[in-house]
Design a protein around this ligand. Structure first.
Ligand code: ADP
Ligand code: NA
Length: 332
């Protein structure tokens, strides 16, 4: 049996948004607060699978770290670190490149989405990304991975890799990590189009609430969010064919720590002219302090770099013996 250990990561590629907060950061903090051992990683090696301006990457890594801390991650209780500072990720990824099969990788829908029409011109790293992700988790014998729904397929691949390694070498060395996907906001949608996921890569800034947005911007984006003209239905079932309305209710529920049913019991039948200002007030109440704290933390880069260096040392202390043992099992 493996001790429960939570691992997850976010790419430092700018524009941390409400989807990242509700789908990831807020839940990372909840896992930490339950007392589970938690490791959270700024995955810069994943970020460079597509082009990153060097200075922007450095800044985004610090900003993401500030976002973690401002969202309630405590560097003394969670291990917060930057992926490229712990070489074991790359080393174990190579092993997993040799375990994973081409056919498995070719089934990954995120590669198809991200590579687009010109897949021949995508980097080899973008294709191999899920094997690196398996290494991120398994270098710590991670058992639970809180992520948004979009990452489910990658966690399944991590399980396949762990299973094949264990089977090929006749060991029970790697745990089979489980995705932890729960709550109303595992998929926060764009404020401009309820059928598209809220994303940092959406060209429209009005489509997402950035964690660096101030109170005015948060409020304006919610008031301008696209909706249909009908008032909210009386219950959650009435939200099924109304993606924009459902998205705003999900966001409300997640921010208020309420179930969707409880929100509908309160707000069912309200026109958006009433519901949106209430949601805007709630969002400002919950998010503006995060934005303020991120800006404060960003003023002391040395302090952030020190937190990351300390986190990397603690992460390496766990990962190095696991990599050593992996090589031993393989006869290396
Ligand atoms: P993006 O999708 O904006 O490129 P990442 O891929 O870096 O963001 O995702 C970081 C984390 O945030 C992952 O756990 C992912 O599942 C989660 N996440 C990203 N977008 C959303 C969203 N719209 N709703 C819920 N969770 C999300
Ligand atoms: Na994503």
């Amino acid at each position: 049996a493996f001790t429960p250990r939570v691992f997850s990561g976010i790419q430092p590629s700018g524009n941390l948004h409400l989807g990242n907060y509700l789908g990831a950061l807020k839940r990372f903090a909840e896992a930490q607060d339950r007392g589970t051992e938690t490791l959270y990683c700024m995955v810069d090696l994943h970020a460079v699978t597509v082009w990153q301006e060097p200075a922007d990457l450095t800044r985004a890594t610090r900003e993401l770290t500030a976002g973690f801390i401002a969202s309630g991650l405590d560097p003394t209780r969670s291990i917060l670190f930057n992926q490229s500072q712990v070489a074991e990720h790359s080393q174990l990824a190579w092993v997993f490149n040799c375990v994973a099969r081409m056919g498995w990788m070719q089934r990954m829908t995120q590669f198809k989405d991200k590579a687009g029409k010109n897949a021949q011109n995508a980097s080899l790293g973008l294709f191999a990304y899920p094997a690196l992700m398996a290494a991120d988790i398994l270098a710590y014998h991670g058992t639970h991975v809180p992520v948004g729904e979009d990452q489910k397929q990658h966690i399944e691949l991590s399980r396949d890799i762990a299973m094949k390694f264990n089977h090929d070498y006749g060991v029970e060395f790697f745990p089979l990590p489980e995705p932890v996907i729960e709550g109303a906001a595992t998929r926060v949608m764009s404020l401009r189009d309820g059928t598209k996921k809220m994303s940092k890569s959406d060209p429209s800034d009005m489509s997402r609430i950035n964690l660096t947005d101030n109170a005015d911007a948060i409020s304006r984006k919610i008031r301008k969010a696209r909706t249909d003209p009908e008032p909210l239905p009386m219950d959650a079932k009435g939200l099924e064919d109304r993606p924009e309305a459902r998205n705003l209710v999900n966001i409300y529920a997640a921010l208020a720590d309420m179930s969707v049913d409880a929100v509908m019991a309160e707000a069912g039948g309200q026109p958006f002219s009433v519901f949106k200002p209430r949601l805007a007030d709630l969002a400002v109440d919950r998010l503006a302090p995060i934005s303020t704290e991120m800006k404060r933390l960003m003023r002391d880069e040395v302090a952030i770099d020190t937190i990351l260096a300390d986190g990397a040392a603690r992460a390496r202390a766990i990962a190095a013996p696991i990599l050593r043992r992996t090589y031993d099992i393989m006869g290396m």
